[in-house]
Design a protein around this ligand. Structure first.
Ligand SMILES: Cc1cc2nc3c(=O)[nH]c(=O)nc-3n(C[C@H](O)[C@H](O)[C@H](O)COP(=O)(O)OP(=O)(O)OC[C@H]3O[C@@H](n4cnc5c(N)ncnc54)[C@H](O)[C@@H]3O)c2cc1C
Length: 262
């Protein structure tokens, strides 16, 4: 799939990159490439070594019969892995429970460009504390990424919530929209009702590496050493950004391949 890059003169060229049809392209591509080997929409509910001996795992899911696996990689947020591992090894669950995540809501709004005085030029803005705005920032998607909105339309995405304002991401939809529209009226001068509005909530959106995170990682490493074939990856551990998650996953995949019986 083709990548789309920011083109606007005010955009931080080369920094914001996505796929033409959005990040979902990456996941769809993986599912396509792994057709037959990957099963989606299964919720992990439990994990136990087969016959109590590490090295072969029984993976319980809500929807189907259990799977048996040589290796298991838990790639869900730490708060979701903690209850799954609590029965297996409380010493693994404890540090996982201490890795919090901040909830975030993304509010996407769309207008006719003519109705708001033309498409904004640039990538958007971050809203520092003290500016009197509750949103964390706003990305001017249709100006950053070609094809994100039909010709003549403007799409922006505002982020709200985060570690310092967790309640904002949980506001009822009408309140959330009113807050974001009020902030954009102040910051961008847009008072016109949007043609479309969407709210996407990410309850465990961004893992927080609070003081003691490296100690917790070391504790997890020691704990995992007792359970061959069990791995943890994803944004809760060694990097929140997508690139960091992909790099970490690649390294773990390499380790698993090296350990699997030939
Ligand atoms: C609003 C927002 C904007 C961001 N923007 C950027 C950006 O511009 N650039 C960047 O690099 N990063 C960005 N990030 C960060 C980055 O997107 C995330 O850190 C990254 O996608 C996390 O990937 P992940 O695979 O660890 O977690 P997720 O993508 O959250 O995947 C975890 C998966 O685990 C599944 N799951 C949970 N529990 C279970 C269970 N019991 N059984 C089975 N499956 C389960 C979930 O359904 C989910 O699919 C952003 C994050 C947010 C929230």
């Amino acid at each position: 799939p083709e990548l789309s890059r920011p083109g606007g003169p005010a955009g931080p060229g080369g920094t914001l990159t996505s796929f033409r049809d959005g990040i979902e392209t990456l996941i769809d591509g993986l599912v396509r490439e792994l057709a037959g080997a990957v099963e989606c929409d299964r919720s992990l509910t439990g994990l136990a070594p087969v016959d109590g001996a590490p090295g072969s795992w029984r993976v319980e899911t809500r929807e189907h019969e259990a799977l048996v696996a040589d290796a298991v990689v838990l790639a869900q947020p730490a708060a979701r892995s903690a209850p799954v591992l609590a029965a297996l090894d409380p010493q693994l669950a404890a540090p996982l429970e201490q890795i919090p995540s901040a909830s975030l809501a993304v509010v996407a709004l769309a207008w006719d460009a003519a109705a708001i005085g033309g498409a904004p030029q640039g990538f958007g803005f971050l809203a520092p504390h003290g500016e009197g705005l509750r949103i964390l920032g706003c990305l001017w998607d249709s100006s950053i990424f070609p094809g994100r909105a039909p010709e003549g339309k403007v799409l922006v995405r505002a982020m709200i919530g985060g570690a310092l304002d967790p309640g904002a991401a949980l506001l009822p939809e009408a309140e959330l929209l009113a807050q974001v529209r009020g902030d954009l009226r102040r910051a961008m001068g847009i008072a016109v009702e949007p043609e479309h509005a969407w709210v996407f909530r990410h309850p465990l959106g961004i893992s927080q590496y609070t003081v003691g995170h490296l100690d917790r990682l070391a504790c997890l490493e020691r704990g995992l050493a007792q359970w061959p074939g069990l791995h943890l990856t994803g944004q809760s551990y060694r990097g929140v950004a997508m690139n960091a998650c992909i790099e970490d996953a690649g390294e773990i995949a390499g380790r698993i391949l090296a350990q699997l019986p030939a």
